[in-house]
Design a protein around this ligand. Structure first.
Ligand code: FES
Ligand code: MG
Length: 598
């Protein structure tokens, strides 16, 4: 057992307060009632929470129900007492109108649990897209010793001998259905083939991205993020994670010691090299704000854009989660970047060692899946951060621009990085689905598709709807992607080079609200600009008319949380957090423990 020599355990305020024996007895009796002993609660052992995100409602994280047994064994072996409790579930594919609405709700709930109960440290069980940032955000706010454990990806999907990857296969199957190459049953079979086991998306979608970044931030044990959910190594990682958190409590190693500016810059570098999701900037901005680190959106361009794509995973590449793990996972990627001086080696991690010490000797086991730095899949693979007269900022994931797209839009020898075209504007995904195949929209191969009303306020929660397939007629002619632009998000599993996360959104009064179908928009990737081309003064005239008409109309709230979140949520550029929540930092140090409850 690890002795705590540095400071009293937080849980002593509940179980060991001899100045207030009434309350101490009250706290103790109910935790004794299921069989814990006084010795366990009062023997100086740290109480370790297991923040459980798995449930029947959240299949991606459900395997954590099994892993929790091994986490407990690790905690117990190291001399701690485990207390497992549920976190508000967030299932990306199940929650309507969007799981994006629930990240801040889970965050809010977990902050209350970590602060308000007798916990000395916590294991964060992460997985499906928003669960990882929600839990890291809460750990950042409370700032008690915390370690994250990824649930791991599903095994590789396979259909008739071809790898089928989560999400990515859906976009492909939609095209096949639109052109009549498969029917409904064929569609479902093809999509389901990508989900052969427990675990999260096996592509480099938002889940694999965020768990890789949790490891790059230093918040999970080295090498643990990429282990597929059903592998025995995953069980071992759960056990080691449980053991380690007990030591972290003794060492008082906290999120603020680990998630420093250097750690976030490391995560940005890793995100470029793995071909990570466009949701990552939103979530990292949110975590950074809660831990008190400045991370302006332009860091993604300054620090991330020049970094090459090393990891050959769908949607940017070919392979899937099992391949990524066998090729070396995050440590192999970090080690490759380290050799180029692109990693802050001194950043502290949960095992009490630095990122440099953890990854220096990691090697790539399969150079097809993780490429050496000298032989990348693509140079300059990070995001472009775009500005212009339609929004303050938006992002573009350049690593997924197809050869076809490049040829059509980016091959003018006089102006190879810029193009312009007329827009067709959709107000929400229903409008898009209703009209995309209607010839009356006049969409052709020069059209830029615009989606608005899809942001944190408008949707609400920001939906993954900006990647829009072209009309079926154009797909039949071999046009698989049109430029897309919008104030929503897109799935990390999508291979569309959309311009997305536009902030401010139309519903917050952003200029996207002033666009009219037929307007011409110019996209200049070298200058990093997206501009609506209008005669002088016309934008201001439209603004005046728009404001006089009462702003952008969006559907009303359907639940209390939708209304509450809409009233306080910020824009994606700054993490779409609950504005005001960021002023509560290092809560466990500033406030210690809350008042007694009786
Ligand atoms: Fe849960 Fe992709 S849907 S990880
Ligand atoms: Mg998604």
């Amino acid at each position: 057992m690890v002795e705590n020599t540095t400071r009293p355990l937080r849980s002593r305020a509940w179980f060991h307060n001899s100045d207030n024996i009434d309350m101490t007895a009250l706290y103790l009796e109910r935790y004794l009632n299921y069989g814990l002993s006084l010795d366990e609660l009062r023997g100086g052992k740290p109480i370790i929470g297991i923040a459980q995100t798995g449930s029947d409602l959240s299949p991606c994280n459900r395997h954590h129900l099994v892993l929790a047994e091994r986490i407990r064994e690790g905690i117990r072996e190291a001399g701690g007492i485990a207390m497992e409790f549920p976190v508000h579930p967030i299932q990306e594919t199940g929650k309507r109108p969007t799981a994006g609405l629930d990240r801040n709700l889970a965050y809010l709930g977990l902050v209350e649990l970590l602060f308000g109960y007798p916990l000395d440290g916590v294991v964060l069980t992460t997985g499906c897209d928003k669960t990882t940032p929600a839990l890291l955000m809460a750990a950042a706010t409370v700032n008690m010793p915390a370690i994250s454990l990824s649930v791991g990806p599903m095994l590789n999907g396979n259909y008739k001998g071809q790898r089928t990857g989560s999400g990515t296969i859906v976009w492909k199957a939609r095209e096949l259905l639109a052109t009549g190459e498969i029917d409904e049953v064929g569609f479902i079979k093809l999509v389901a083939s990508s989900a052969p086991s427990t675990g999260y998306c096996n592509t480099m979608g938002t889940a694999s991205t965020m768990n890789s970044l949790a490891e790059a931030l230093g918040m999970s044990l080295p090498g643990s993020a990429a282990i597929p959910a059903p592998y025995r190594d995953r069980q071992e990682a759960a056990y080691l994670t449980g053991k380690r958190i007990v030591e972290m409590v003794a060492e008082d190693l906290k999120p603020s010691d680990i998630m420093t500016k250097d750690a976030f810059l490391n995560a940005i570098a890793v995100n470029s090299a793995i071909g990570g999701s466009t949701n990552a900037p939103i979530h990292l901005a949110a975590i950074a704000r809660h831990v008190g680190v400045e991370l302006p959106i332009d860091e993604w361009q300054h620090h991330g854009h020049k970094i090459p794509l090393l990891v050959n995973l769908q949607p940017a590449g070919e392979y899937l989660g099992e391949d990524y793990y066998r090729a070396g996972g995050v440590p192999a990627v970090v080690s490759e970047l380290m050799k180029q001086g692109l990693i802050a080696e001194g950043a502290m991690t949960v095992n009490g060692r630095t990122m440099g010490d953890n990854c220096r000797n990691a090697v790539i086991e399969d150079e097809e899946v993780i490429r050496p730095f000298e032989r990348p899949l693509l140079a300059d693979a990070g995001f472009l951060v775009l500005h212009g007269n339609l929004f303050d900022s938006a992002l573009m994931k350049t690593s997924v621009i197809s050869a076809e797209f490049r040829e059509r839009y980016l091959s003018d020898p006089n102006d190879p990085e810029a193009f312009e075209g007329p827009v067709v504007v959709f107000d929400g995904p229903e409008d898009y689905h209703h009209r995309i195949d209607d010839p009356a929209t006049g969409i052709d191969d020069t059209t830029i598709l615009v989606m608005r009303g899809a942001g944190p306020i408008g949707y609400p929660g920001a939906a993954e709807v900006v990647n829009m397939r072209p009309p079926a007629e154009l797909i039949k002619q071999g046009i698989h992607a049109l430029p897309c632009l919008g104030d929503g998000r897109q799935s990390g599993t999508s291979g569309s080079p959309s311009i997305l996360n536009a902030s401010p959104e139309a519903a917050a009064g952003g200029n996207l609200a002033l666009l009219v179908s037929g307007d011409r928009v110019r996209i200049d990737l070298r200058q990093g600009r997206v501009d609506l081309l209008l005669p002088d003064g016309e934008l201001a005239e439209r603004r005046a008319a728009f404001d006089a008409a009462g702003g952008y109309a969006y559907p009303g709230s359907q639940t209390p949380w939708q209304e509450i979140q809409r009233a306080v949520v910020g824009q994606m550029e700054t993490g779409a957090i609950l504005e005001g929540a960021e002023k509560y930092q290092r809560v466990a140090q500033v406030h210690g423990v809350p008042r007694d409850n009786h």
